[in-house]
Design a protein around this ligand. Structure first.
Ligand SMILES: [Zn+2]
Length: 238
């Protein structure tokens, strides 16, 4: 067991209304409102320290149980829109977590994350992809809505363990975030597939013929998911 005190950060806050301990991967943060005295803050820390340390170990333990998460930050490349591009991680003291994706995936991390480095990097990547994909899928759906008159009420990008997409009873469409890593045509297939569920709720012949009308070559994209989908889900399980 690592000494937890090394990952304690103390922060004075103008906004904080009360003393609080926040546990994040690799870090316990004690937030002290400006008007609270040192002695009171230390008493609070003593009282809740065991709880926070337990929580921190739990977070670290969770990260280490998932093999794919452990190896994320040490991958040389990542799939992005159907092709492998370099993953470049920069670690420096006090660096803010930051992600950008272009010809490579750049992730900036603060130094000293220890065992939680992989999970922090993967979560940061996930958050970035999710934002990007929300905009991207909205544009895609809008383009098809013009042709098909099928409009979702809302589009959500989610972590989904077994599915690529779903369409709820109120026409809310959920899209698996991992589709940003698949070829564009595969993402498009899933979006159109879910849009077609607005008109046809099940996988009846009427559904497939509607889909074929809007996306004649969908069988190819379906096959891609059958062949590569499991691997993608296993690699980025979080
Ligand atoms: Zn379906």
């Amino acid at each position: 067991m690592k000494p937890v005190t090394s990952s304690l950060k103390i922060r004075r806050s103008v906004k904080a209304k009360r003393l609080r301990l926040a546990v994040k991967p690799g870090l316990i943060e004690l937030v002290i409102p400006c008007e609270t005295g040192e002695a009171q803050a230390m008493a609070f820390l003593d009282k809740h320290r065991a709880w926070a340390e337990g929580k921190l170990l739990e977070l670290n333990d969770r990260a280490s149980r998932i093999p794919s998460v452990r190896s994320f930050a040490s991958s040389a490349t990542l799939p992005w829109r159907g092709r492998e591009i370099p993953l470049l991680i920069r670690e420096e003291q006090g660096l803010k977590i930051r992600v950008s994706v272009g010809e490579a995936v750049h992730i900036a991390l603060p130094q000293g994350l220890g065992d939680s480095r992989d999970e922090v990097a993967l979560r940061a990547f996930y958050a970035w992809v999710r934002r990007w994909l929300r905009t991207h899928v909205a544009l895609l759906a809008e383009r098809y809505a013009l042709r098909t008159s099928l409009r979702p009420r809302e589009i959500r990008i989610k972590r989904m363990k077994t599915r690529w997409g779903s369409c709820g009873p109120s026409n809310d469409i959920n899209i698996n975030w991992l589709l940003a890593l698949a070829p564009e045509s595969v993402l498009e297939y899933v979006v159109v597939h879910e849009l077609c569920h607005i008109a046809e709720r099940n996988h009846s012949p009427a559904f497939w013929s509607l889909l074929a009308r809007h996306l004649p070559n969908y069988a190819e994209e379906r096959r891609w998911l059958k062949t590569h989908g499991t691997e993608l889900m296993a690699r980025f399980h979080l």
